[in-house]
Design a protein around this ligand. Structure first.
Ligand code: SF4
Length: 323
């Protein structure tokens, strides 16, 4: 199937006082229409910066050094700022972690949803208000007519996140990028929001790129996974494979560091050490200082992604010569 989104060799550097941080290093990934794909890894691994670079929302210190972001046949990195504004919030919706950062505290909810609609759709006046109502109903906000007149501080955290999702889906995007959409919420609301996203995916046919560190969410809601470590994709696999037979030692370590009801507590292990400094990443495999399976070559040779597209790992244990 032709990819809806195809990121090829995306490389973003952050130019800071302490040096150049290689935050996103030659990242490639693809999302098919209607698919739910996860981008997972520890904090600071580059997953959010990958998404921000794709959407051209990276901070001023960031510079995209290389790559292409093909979305519906167009390279987003080649669009003008005006063209890009039409894509963001229109064909590509975004849901972020902290709704209060993205909702304007001084503007009523209805006006904020309607603004997204009027930026991307021809409807105005009563027609736009009806679409606003429909978007709020779709995210299962009770009494949406009343909520349209509220300010963000009058809503709970879960309700605010629903409003953010309503804004993101108001223009029926083909792709929803959700960056840790439930991290700030308690587990009950988290489940409700994820079920809502699953329902919207079925209803609207939108693909989802879920950025998360929570492997439980990945297992339940996604079809495929990209695992990132130190700015790079280190494993790409189906959800089934990543849990049943993870190829990369980092993926195995991530899985061991996740609490599971079906496993004894003594099977739980944190990942020793810290992610590397991306100003001066370690030579060879970037995971070697923390890898329990490292061997001599890992300290000198940079692993490639070995395997076939959709089932590969950046580990010398999978290099053809190791077979
Ligand atoms: Fe571990 Fe070596 Fe594989 Fe890196 S290349 S993940 S250090 S075994």
């Amino acid at each position: 199937m032709t990819a809806l989104l195809s990121v090829e060799g995306l490389t973003t550097h952050l130019h800071t006082d302490v040096g150049v941080v290689r935050a996103v290093d030659d990242v490639s990934l693809a999302v098919a229409p209607g698919e739910a794909v996860a981008l997972v890894g520890e904090s600071g691994c580059g997953k959010s910066m990958t998404a921000l670079s794709m959407m051209r929302l990276a901070p001023p210190a960031a510079r995209i050094e290389a790559g292409r972001v093909m979305f519906k046949g167009r390279d987003l990195l080649g669009l003008s700022a005006r063209q890009m504004r039409r894509v963001r919030g229109g064909e590509m919706g975004m849901v972020f972690q902290d709704p209060m950062t993205f909702l304007n505290p001084l503007i009523r909810i209805g006006d904020q949803v309607e603004e997204a609609i009027s930026l991307h759709m021809p409807e105005r006046g009563r027609a736009a208000a009806l679409l606003t109502l429909e978007a709020l109903r779709r995210v299962r906000i009770a009494d949406p007519e009343q909520v349209m007149g509220y300010y963000p501080h009058q809503l709970s955290g879960g309700m605010r996140q629903r409003v953010l999702i309503a804004i993101a889906i108001a223009c029926r995007p083909s792709l929803l990028i959700c960056d840790e959409p439930t991290t700030a919420l308690d587990v009950t609301i988290q489940a409700q929001i994820m079920d809502l996203l699953r329902g919207l995916r079925a209803e609207l046919g939108s693909a989802i790129l879920l950025i998360t560190h929570d492997l439980g969410l990945v297992a339940e809601y996604c079809d495929r996974v990209y695992v990132m470590y130190a700015g790079r994709v280190v494993e790409e696999a189906s959800v089934f494979d990543v849990f049943a037979r993870p190829r990369h030692p980092y993926t195995r370590a991530l899985l061991r560091s996740t609490l599971r009801l079906d496993r004894r507590a003594d099977g739980f292990r944190t990942i020793a050490g810290q992610p590397p400094n991306l100003v001066h990443p370690p030579p060879g495999c970037r995971f070697h200082p923390r890898c329990p399976e490292a061997f001599a070559r890992c300290r000198t040779d940079e692993p490639d992604l070995y395997g076939s597209v959709g089932a590969r790992a950046r580990c010398l244990l999978h290099a053809p010569e190791a077979a």
